[in-house]
Ligand binder design. Structure first.
Ligand SMILES: [Zn+2]
Length: 694
């Protein structure tokens, strides 16, 4: 199962999901974690990252960040490394120190400390996991082997959804797009092992090579499960055929960005008519879901196609596919080394170009955060987060919301009627800062020593039961979709809320010692980014209460699309790696948010400077004017470098533009940038045709 909140959009600060790091050179300190070094957080403006030999008017990303890869080259255990990853790394060390304190079997531990401590210690006990081998999974494989008819699939697939094995499809809950007060069930396309549908269908040598490596990887995993070589090869091919058939009836990621394409409210009997191979009523019962009358079938064609596939495929082949999906759905840290290494070899080395697996302690810190995010978050916040940071952030969020109110008022392309509605929506945005008001209750979750796989499975079952129990109940507007230590931020259109976990409210994003200009350029731009998501091509389709409802006049909607086309063309023209260009439509929402966000932050800074009597164009002791500091801070949000394999993957799957384009794409659209750095109109960073949506 995967949560189907669907439209939640994050900042993707840490970039590559699998990637983590060992820093080099200066600015680090020894940690308790052994050979690796804990990177110190950079200040709001870090001069050692500047490449002063570059011309800011020609390539601002190079000027602001050109030296970053020299100070922090990509570590072997990462496929990319940059500002966000560095802060993420630093945070992992902080979490690690807390977990080391709680992992000792001390009777004075609180119940939550026992859970996080034992979860982490058990994940770290590689020898015990190695000694247990495949035994902990035997009951699951026996269950597949015991399947006698396809009618028995329903119960097994229900069980798989609860333990995050996404065989054939995904099941979960979401707020009803058209009535955000309601929490409904939702079934979504799924069942693939590669990152996205086009990986199965795209032509070309690179795509062909990836598919070959993937089939080989499946065969290798089946062999590790005990299959002889020859059938493992044939079976891997059959699995690939099943997944390719599912890919053919799946929507591509760009189409999925339009909420209208993934919203089809149906009764259970309508779904049953599409997919009679699954006994849906019994499926919902088996997952422990409260009574379901209607649900969102995100992609009806997929469920029709999946039914045809289930009908035409023999049970033995389905069993083979299930064995693969099962082993692929279990986290590598809970499996013997041979499985973990093989998994990394494909998903890390081949797909992302990452030379080495990440240190085990970092993976165990992350899996503890994934399993018990609020329990770990509560101790994290207590140990590391200052209330003063929260207060300053609240003030800044208000300033940026005021800037957006002003901006809407002055837009030349929007009619007064739509402006009233836009402001209504803006004033209904809920601001969530640092951590939730109420911590999640984990008392019903049992975590033990010496059963890494059991702990991991029980934690996801616990979470999935919690999520499914929401169906039919009123929406909890106080809920968070990220753990407090996460170095990221997000906007959720159904909640109409912006969320900034404590993890992102650290230096350099939020450096209490920085100038105002730097703080606005860093975290201010991020606040503006999340706020603008409420008004990008996706977010604008939802109203202030979180309902998918058209509040635009037809004329204004048309103008909005013309304005955003400018950004589609601008970003679509950027070449990332070899022949690969940015997908201007896939990244439109994020690019709109990047552009609107920085403009709002700049407006808020100007208002702040005016209040305080600060001259935006007067150099201070740093040698830069406040206006320059602001843009440098924006640039340094996205410093770093990325391996070519990871870049290729990012362009094909990630709605965020790669880092250099997040820097340059935005400043090219702000004449204020050109003025701050004395650029001439027509220079690359001050083009004649700039885009301006928000
Ligand atoms: Zn975003």
């Amino acid at each position: 199962m995967r949560t189907l909140a669907g439209m939640i959009v994050s900042c993707a600060l840490t970039g590559a999901v699998f990637a983590f790091h060992v820093p080099s050179a200066s600015a680090q300190q020894k940690s308790t974690a052994g050979a690796e070094l804990n990177p110190q957080l950079p200040p709001g403006l870090d001069k050692q990252f500047l490449d002063t030999s570059a011309d800011p008017c020609v390539n601002f990303a190079q000027y602001a960040c050109g030296n970053f890869p020299k100070v922090y080259p990509i570590p072997a255990e990462r496929s990319a490394y940059g500002t966000g990853a560095l802060v993420g790394d630093h945070t992992d060390y902080a979490l690690h120190a807390l977990l080391e304190k709680t992992e000792a079997n001390d009777p004075s531990r609180t119940p939550n400390e026992q859970k996080i401590g034992d979860f982490y210690a058990t994940c770290m006990d590689k020898d015990a996991i190695q000694a247990a081998g495949q035994k902990p999974l035997q009951a699951e494989f026996d269950r597949i082997a015991a399947l006698k008819t396809k009618s028995e699939l329903t119960a097994l697939l229900a069980h798989y959804q609860l333990i995050n094995v996404a065989a054939f499809f995904n099941y979960g809950e979401q707020q009803d797009f058209k009535d955000a007060r309601k929490q409904i069930a939702s079934v979504d396309q799924g069942g693939l092992g590669l990152p996205e549908r086009d990986y199965y269908l795209r032509a070309g040598d690179a795509a062909e090579k990836t598919r070959k490596q993937y089939v080989q990887h499946i065969a290798n995993m089946l062999k590790l499960l005990g299959e002889p070589d020859a059938p493992a090869g044939t079976d891997a091919q059959k699995i690939m055929e099943i997944e390719t058939a599912l890919a053919k009836v799946s929507l591509d990621i760009t189409s999925q960005r339009d909420p209208k394409n993934i919203y089809h409210l149906m009764t259970v009997s309508q779904l049953a008519a599409l997919t009679p191979q699954i006994a849906w009523t019994s499926f919902f019962e088996s997952t422990g879901t409260p009574p379901v009358s209607e649900l969102n079938v995100t992609n009806p064609d997929f469920f029709k196609g999946m039914n045809a596939l289930l009908e035409s495929t023999d049970l033995d082949t389905i069993k083979t596919y299930l064995r693969w999906q099962l082993i692929n759905g279990i986290p590598g840290t809970a499996l013997p080394t041979a499985f973990d290494d093989e998994d990394f070899d494909f998903f890390g080395r081949s797909l992302r170009g990452q030379p080495q697996q990440r240190a085990r302690w970092k993976r165990c810190v992350q899996s503890t955060d994934g399993a018990l995010g609020d329990a770990l978050g509560e101790v994290y916040v207590k140990a590391y987060f200052s209330a003063e940071n929260k207060q300053r952030t609240v003030q800044m969020v208000h300033d940026i919301e005021t800037a957006m109110d002003t901006e809407i008022g002055t837009l030349t392309w929007m009619s007064p009627v739509t402006k009233v509605k836009a402001k209504e929506k803006l004033h209904l945005v809920a601001d969530k800062i640092a951590y939730p008001d109420h911590w999640r209750d984990y008392s019903a979750l049992k975590v033990v020593r010496d059963d890494a796989l059991g702990n991991s499975i029980k934690a996801v079952e616990f979470e999935n039961h919690r999520l499914l129990a929401k169906i039919g109940k009123p929406v909890d507007r106080g809920e968070w979709g990220m753990s407090p230590s996460t170095v990221d931020a997000y906007y959720n259109p159904s909640m109409n809320d912006i969320n900034f976990p404590a993890g992102i409210l650290q230096s350099p994003f939020f450096d209490p010692g920085s100038t105002d200009a730097e703080v606005y350029g860093h975290v201010g731009g991020i606040v503006g980014h999340e706020l603008t998501h409420g008004f990008d091509d996706q977010g604008r389709q939802f109203d202030g209460n979180g309902n998918l409802a058209d509040w635009w006049t037809a004329e204004d909607a048309k103008k909005f699309e013309a304005m955003t086309d400018c950004e589609v063309n601008e970003y679509g023209g950027f070449t990332v790696v070899d022949e690969v260009k940015i997908n201007g439509k896939l990244t439109l929402g994020e690019n709109t948010a990047d552009n609107g966000g920085l403009r709002l932050a700049y407006m808020a800074l100007q208002a702040d400077a005016m209040r305080k009597g600060i001259d935006m164009n007067a150099k201070d002791s740093s040698g830069f004017t406040p206006a320059q500091q602001f843009f440098l801070a924006h640039g340094q949000n996205w410093c770093g470098s990325t391996r070519p394999e990871q870049l290729r993957l990012q362009v094909q799957t990630d709605p965020h533009s790669p880092r250099a384009f997040r820097i340059n794409g935005v400043v090219q659209n702000m004449p204020e940038f050109g003025q701050a750095f004395g650029c001439k109109p027509g220079q690359p960073m001050m083009p004649v045709n700039a885009c301006h949506v928000w």
